[in-house]
Ligand binder design. Structure first.
Ligand SMILES: [Zn+2]
Ligand SMILES: [Zn+2]
Length: 335
């Protein structure tokens, strides 16, 4: 297909303002880039942090969205690997320099000059976007567009968090059971882990949702799990969960903070960290995370729960996410 001249996009002009539906020129792909027609774009908590002014120095105005499933419409010079019609996923990490110390030491996720879709590069809350082909992922054919979209960040960042727990014992705690957790719990269960899901106290619906998606046990975040945990991942952006999770993991256990933003961590007694417990964060993703994750998600038969919204209802989807009134992931369809 040929791209039209104009497209609809939801644009953020400044934090604390609703996104605005606008007609913009369809971008044209530069060397090494592909132009994609967006088929679906997931709504990630990071988009909420962006809109709520919790991320430093976004490029403004910006089109949010970094869980994009699209179809190649045209390729710039040097992209023969992705002919028109090919379905690709576009994640958060959109470009790295390849030259800085982080890039040269195999840690492109920490590149000093990295660019990110929906933050410093335009994202998928639009009918079309351009993406550097080197950072796009082929998506297994057995997952449809809307259900594949949340894999691009919720899935990938969850998997990167899981990498740091994978070699620990079988008891894995997950604090905050939303989009990332419901994907990761299925992967972890597929690999033989016993998943303990912790939700906001009293959130029976979320606990039921967790048990439906791979959790062996689900309870309140302030509950003591029925057995000590080998590792824990915190997806909820609540710093007070760090000492809570540390208290639940065994000596030598790791607590991984999977979010890009978290409220302040309260002070806690050293004995919670003592005995070689570790607290760490994960940042962004590396391309090799995706190369491993997407085939694994297909093998594990991961099912994502999605709520569909038309593109122009992106503000409603963000409001629902902010209010905790989504089970699973919101996905925008540009129509
Ligand atoms: Zn770099
Ligand atoms: Zn994200």
């Amino acid at each position: 297909m040929n791209a039209p001249a104009a497209m609809q996009a939801m644009v953020l002009d400044a934090p604390h303002r609703p996104l605005e539906l606008r007609s913009l020129p369809v971008p044209s792909p530069g060397p090494g880039e592909v132009l994609l027609k967006v088929r679906a774009c997931g709504v990630c908590r990071t988009d909420l942090h962006l809109v709520d002014g919790e991320l430093p120095e976004p490029r403004l105005p910006i089109i949010p969205g970094h869980e994009v499933i699209g179809e190649v419409v045209a390729g710039g010079e040097g992209t023969p690997q992705f002919p028109p019609g090919r379905r690709l996923g576009v994640p958060w990490l959109g470009w790295t320099c390849g030259e800085c110390e982080a890039c040269r030491s195999g840690r492109e996720n920490l590149c000093e000059r990295a660019r990110f879709h929906g933050y410093t590069l335009d994202g998928g809350y639009a009918q079309f976007l351009c993406a550097d082909a080197r950072y796009c992922f082929p998506i297994p054919p057995d997952i449809d567009d809307a259900h594949a979209a949340p894999l691009l960040c919720a899935g990938l960042i969850g998997f990167r968090s899981y990498r740091f727990c994978r070699d620990a014992g079988p008891a894995l705690g997950i604090y905050g059971f939303g989009a990332a957790a419901h994907i990761l719990a299925q992967i972890a269960a597929f690999e033989g882990k016993q998943v303990f899901a912790f939700t906001r106290p009293g959130d029976r619906a979320a606990q039921h949702f967790a048990r439906q998606h791979g959790a062996a046990w689900a309870g309140d975040a302030d509950e003591t799990p029925p057995r000590p945990l080998d590792a824990a991942i915190i997806f909820a952006p609540a710093g007070e969960l760090v000492p809570t999770a540390l208290a639940a993991v065994k000596p030598g256990g790791v607590v991984v903070c999977g979010g890009i933003h978290m409220s302040d961590i309260p002070s806690f007694p050293y004995r919670l960290l003592w005995q070689e417990r570790v607290v760490r964060s994960v940042a962004n993703l590396q391309r090799r995370d995706g190369e491993e994750f997407f085939p694994l998600a297909a093998r594990a038969g991961v099912r994502t729960e999605v709520e569909l919204f038309p593109l122009e209802e992106a503000n409603l989807a963000l409001d629902r996410l902010r209010a905790g009134r989504l089970s699973g992931a919101a996905v925008l369809l540009p129509g």
